[in-house]
Design a protein around this ligand. Structure first.
Ligand SMILES: Nc1ncnc2c1ncn2[C@@H]1O[C@H](COP(=O)(O)OP(=O)(O)OP(=O)(O)O)[C@@H](O)[C@H]1O
Ligand SMILES: [Mg+2]
Length: 243
């Protein structure tokens, strides 16, 4: 469903992605781990064209987009199939919880208000925040805000969800409630989830496949046990620090 081929990204003379090949099927949960500065965020941003890669292609369903021959309508297509969850929630401060979730449905998808409201209630239930429907972000905890952020991303019914360290700006006691929501999405198996995370236990437990990125390359990829038990010195050093 998602196929990335030969993806490269340079910032001036800095080569950040050096040729990434990656596939994700519907329902697959893939964690992307690796040292800081190795291009994990850049990879996610290039997949949904928040950032234009320097070379390579991204295919979603049966449409292949060569990054060097990309048109505006291609970008709209990719955006309609993907949703991104950021580290710092990015909620609208002047909108309530339910309004934040409804916004992409009414504004992007042109859904009727009543339908969007119904769907938003279903999502609020899924993320366990029905009672906060009319509360503004400033009055929600970080974990609650992030659950709304995930709810908003789910609202557009993406095929691919991209999570960039969704729990790393949370206090430790709020991490689990957010991971719980991601676990639920993983169990539904309706989307592919690509999760950049430093939560190694979560990566090990939830993902079917772990990708270890190092220095702009995929250094290793495989079942969690295979990657976490790797004999590669770089991986051993990184993983050993986190468990
Ligand atoms: N807009 C930009 N302009 C120039 N360099 C950038 C830009 N964005 C990222 N970089 C550089 O690209 C490299 C990879 O950054 P990226 O954010 O993808 O790393 P990361 O693996 O997500 O790291 P972290 O784990 O710290 O989030 C870094 O050296 C970074 O400084
Ligand atoms: Mg990053």
């Amino acid at each position: 469903m998602l196929v990335v081929k030969g993806l490269k990204k340079n910032y001036g003379s800095l080569k950040v992605l050096k040729g990434i090949d990656l596939k994700a099927e519907r329902g697959e949960v893939i964690s992307i781990i690796g040292p800081s500065g190795t291009g994990k965020s850049t990879l996610l941003r290039c997949i949904n064209f928040l950032e234009k890669a320097s070379d390579g292609s991204v295919s979603i369903d049966n449409l292949t987009l060569e990054v060097n021959h990309i048109k505006k309508k291609d970008i709209r297509f990719v955006r309609s199939k993907t949703a991104m969850v950021f580290q710092n929630y990015n909620l609208f401060k002047n909108k309530t919880a339910i309004q934040n979730i409804m916004e992409p449905m009414t504004q992007v998808q042109g859904m009727k208000y009543a339908d969007a409201e119904n769907e938003a209630m279903r999502i609020l239930q899924m993320i366990g925040l029905e009672e906060k429907r009319d509360v503004y972000p400033a009055h929600l905890s970080g974990g609650q805000q992030q659950r709304i952020g995930i709810g908003r991303a789910v609202a557009v019914k993406p095929e691919i969800m991209l999570f960039d360290e969704p729990t790393s700006s949370l206090d430790p006691e709020l991490v689990d409630e957010v991971l719980e929501v991601i676990r639920k999405l993983a169990a539904e198996r309706t989307m592919a989830l690509l999760i950049v995370t430093h939560e190694m236990r979560f990566a090990r437990e939830v993902s079917e496949r772990v990708i270890f990125m190092d220095n702009g390359y995929i250094l290793k990829e495989g079942a969690p046990e295979e990657v976490f038990n790797s004999n590669n010195e770089r991986i051993k050093k990184f993983v050993g620090k986190l468990f």
